[in-house]
Design a protein around this ligand. Structure first.
Ligand SMILES: C[S@@+](CC[C@H](N)C(=O)[O-])C[C@H]1O[C@@H](n2cnc3c(N)ncnc32)[C@H](O)[C@@H]1O
Length: 227
């Protein structure tokens, strides 16, 4: 099915959030990193400014910066209203208030738009969609997937999750996925089956506690690598 901008509610996270969500060490940041479903996050822009090598993939990148920016401003108030009406599903540990959370998102998305608009960023943002990636085996040290797999468990079935995770493992030495919760702050309905199937297909998986929590109880990432 073709991807359209109307399906996305752009909502991007910062480099420091990625560092916390994925417990990224300075050694991790020396690897070639693939950011999968990076959307309007500022991870790539900020990482690049610090000399970290990141390539981001997302079907959103087939759109122009002006179109993405327009979609961000059209959907922002709805997102804020949804957070306000579901406040009990959030933990105010990483951010102390809705205002602080929204400020971080606005900061991230502005940095992304500025970077995405620049000519020299073209090689760092590629339009591509899971479950298949246009890369050779083990081209990256690390693949990160923030707020796409597991989060949208009601839209994407177990097969999509298995194919996507194995594809990220094909192109990188290690895969990290955050969060392991779906919308509503419940553990993903696919998590335990995905872990069992990955184990029987020869992959090691580990749940790692991380210093980041925005969805209530969402402070674990899944680490996957070939056994
Ligand atoms: C909630 S956003 C997360 C953005 C970013 N990773 C972050 O945490 O700030 C989810 C992203 O998934 C992207 N997406 C949707 N379908 C996808 C697919 N099949 N493969 C890769 N990314 C996809 C959307 O375009 C959107 O940018």
């Amino acid at each position: 099915m073709a991807f359209t901008l109307e399906e996305v509610v752009p909502w991007g996270r910062t480099f420091s959030e990625y560092v916390s969500m994925f417990a990224l060490s300075s050694q991790d940041l020396e690897m070639d990193i693939l950011g999968v479903a990076d959307g309007p996050a500022s991870f790539n822009a900020e990482a690049t400014a610090q000399g970290v090598k990141v390539l981001s993939v997302d079907p959103l990148y087939s759109y122009k910066a002006s179109e993405i920016e327009e979609r961000i401003s059209r959907t922002k108030s709805t997102v804020i209203e949804q957070i306000q009406s579901n406040e009990s599903e959030f933990s105010w540990v990483t951010f102390s208030s809705i205002d602080e959370l929204v400020q971080a998102r606005e900061y991230a998305m502005q940095l992304f738009i500025d970077d995405f608009t620049s000519e020299q960023s073209k090689v760092r943002y590629l339009s591509s969609s899971l479950p298949s990636l246009p890369f050779a085996e083990q081209e990256f040290g690390l693949s990160l997937c923030s707020h796409f797999l597991f989060l949208y468990s009601s839209q994407h079935n177990i097969n999509f999750h298995m194919e996507s995770i194995k594809e990220m493992c094909r192109v990188s030495n290690q895969v990290r996925i955050f969060p392991i919760l779906e919308l509503g702050s419940l553990e993903s309905r696919h998590l335990s089956t995905v872990r069992k199937e990955l184990a029987s297909d020869g992959y090691d998986t580990e749940l790692v506690q991380v210093p980041y929590e925005v969805q209530r109880g969402g402070n674990q990432m899944l680490r996957v690598q070939r056994a």
